[in-house]
Design a binder for this molecule. Structure first.
Ligand SMILES: Nc1nc2c(c(=O)[nH]1)N[C@H]1C(S)=C(S)[C@@H](COP(=O)(O)O)O[C@H]1N2
Ligand SMILES: [Mo]
Length: 198
């Protein structure tokens, strides 16, 4: 029997649920790009085309996935580009401490630099050895498995380097700025000084 340790309050559902706000965007490789803007080292915005982005160094990572709605999916295998590879190609200003991850249609999530560059965080293009499906975030999603799922932004289109923290879509709507499932950081009223911007 396989034993999985889950964060408090979580259960394992059948399969991998699909959950997001709004519609599933279409992918057009010719016009798709990934922008890196804000506090870059050069002060210039970077833009990666699809070929260029998928040519960056790749890796595979296995991790459990935890949604704040209380499901946890054990042992998902993601393939893609580690943030370290993107950061090397688009260096930040030395003062950068946070990032905002931007998706199609304006969805966003903020992360501390340490969570963005954590060894488990990945820009995923594959799930379980297959290209991501549209509903799971194709062509590109971030996976931040050590935080609640809303930080794992699907349909990523831009990374904004931030000198100061700013709240993303759900963080502005009552969800916790940090979102550590092991500490059950679900809601913003649980935040302690230092967890987030005012
Ligand atoms: N762009 C975008 N990404 C998103 C969301 C969203 O609404 N829009 N929902 C998040 C939430 S709350 C969860 S739990 C995961 C779910 O990922 P899945 O549908 O692949 O299981 O996607 C996250 N990424
Ligand atoms: Mo979620």
């Amino acid at each position: 029997m396989e034993e999985t340790r889950l964060p408090p309050g979580q259960y394992v559902p059948r399969g991998l649920p699909v959950i997001h706000y709004g519609r599933v965007p279409a992918f057009r490789p010719e016009s798709w790009d990934l922008k890196v803007f804000g506090a870059t080292a050069s002060g210039e915005e970077h833009a990666f085309g699809w070929e260029e982005f998928t040519g960056l160094p790749r890796t595979v990572r296995v991790a459990d996935f935890h949604c704040v709605t209380k499901f946890s999916v054990p042992g998902l295998e993601w393939g893609g580009v580690p943030p370290s590879a993107l950061v090397a190609a688009a260096p930040p200003d030395p003062g950068v401490r946070h990032v905002m991850i931007w998706a199609e249609y304006g969805y966003s999530a903020n992360l501390r630099w340490s969570d963005f560059t954590a060894p488990t965080t990945l820009f995923a293009t594959e799930l379980g050895d297959k290209p991501l499906t549209a509903e799971h975030g194709a062509p590109l999603r971030l996976v931040v498995p050590h935080l609640y799922g809303w930080k794992s932004v699907k349909w990523v289109r831009a990374i904004e380097y931030l000198l100061e923290d700013r709240r993303g879509f759900w963080e502005e709507r009552g969800y916790h700025n940090v979102a550590d499932p092991w500490r059950e950081q679900r809601y913003s009223y649980q935040e302690e000084p230092g967890d987030g911007p005012p």
